[in-house]
Design a protein around this ligand. Structure first.
Ligand SMILES: Nc1ncnc2c1ncn2[C@@H]1O[C@H](COP(=O)(O)OP(=O)(O)OP(=O)(O)O)[C@@H](O)[C@H]1O
Ligand SMILES: [Mg+2]
Length: 263
């Protein structure tokens, strides 16, 4: 169940944002973090994979050409959590999870009226694991920004897609939740053998949690590999225009320290 992306070209009108991007196969059970400056094409890449931006090129999931598949076929296999959450509806958090699960045809669901007990249980467990079990009966449109982001993530995870596409899923979260959610994404990715792509700006979280990183600039792939190998001072200078060090802390974890900007 590898995801194969070759010669992907994405344009908005006449403006090409991703010229010809090929990414060595993305493997199941592996969480890949997508890094890159603002406007480098990270969201565009995820949107193109999800079928929401017009793209040319090959997107093949385990032999199935997704680039020519219908949106419904893609939706069966891929879940995309956008950078900006859609307007919240007046639905309870647990109801939104049941609706998300119901929209996933590969998961068991009985009829419109009878919700399988295990679906409710599964939703409640997932909310607990995300640390928002106490919000199950609250309405989505009455949540804080971070709580809404965690609920969106729960809706994505409950669908158990083959490919999980998360665009800046930590942007509204506090330090504790950022770490917790990245660990959980890794666990779920391994447990359900998903191909996971997570867009982040936080290099320290990428260094600690990613199995692999992809670094984009101007729609091109500038680095690809294990985070400690891909994230180097030279790359940070080239991609972000910063003078930075990558140093190993007293516990052996690499950390990025930015000393200044390159004039
Ligand atoms: N709907 C759109 N129509 C036209 N141009 C767009 C559209 N969305 C994005 N772009 C342009 O495409 C380029 C890539 O944008 P994209 O949103 O993919 O960047 P990004 O890497 O996700 O950035 P950020 O880190 O700021 O979220 C940018 O130059 C942006 O202005
Ligand atoms: Mg973006």
């Amino acid at each position: 169940m590898t995801l194969h992306i070759t010669q992907l070209n994405v344009a908005y009108g006449k403006r090409t944002v991703i010229p010809s991007l090929s990414i060595p196969d993305l493997q199941p059970g592996s969480a890949t973090v997508v890094l890159g400056p603002n406007g480098s094409g990270k969201s565009t890449l995820l949107r193109a994979l999800a079928g929401l931006a017009r793209a040319q090129g090959d997107i093949v999931l385990d032999g199935l050409a997704l680039d020519t598949a219908s949106l419904a076929e893609r939706a069966k296999r891929m879940v995309y959590l956008p950078q900006a959450l859609p307007q919240a509806v007046h639905l309870r958090v647990i109801e939104s999870l049941l609706a998300a699960r119901k929209a996933s045809p590969h998961l068991p669901y009985t009829t419109d009226h009878a919700v399988p007990a295990d679906a409710v249980e599964q939703g409640a467990v997932l909310l607990q694991r995300l640390g928002i079990g106490h919000l199950a009966m609250r309405h989505l449109d009455e949540l804080s920004g971070g709580q809404a982001q965690l609920s969106g993530l729960a809706q994505a995870l409950i669908r158990q897609p083959r490919v999980l596409l998360l665009d800046e899923p930590l942007s509204a979260l506090d330090l504790n939740h950022q770490f917790h959610v990245m660990s959980l994404i890794g666990e779920e990715t391994r447990r359900h053998r998903m191909v996971t792509l997570v867009v982040l700006h936080d290099l320290s979280l990428a260094l600690r949690h990613a199995d692999r990183v992809l670094v984009l600039k101007d729609g091109a792939l500038l680095a690809d590999g294990p985070p400690h190998a891909a994230i180097t001072p030279e790359l940070l200078a080239r991609v972000y225009g910063v003078q930075a060090r990558v140093e190993t802390c007293s516990r052996g974890t690499p950390q990025v320290i930015v000393d200044g900007l390159i004039a």
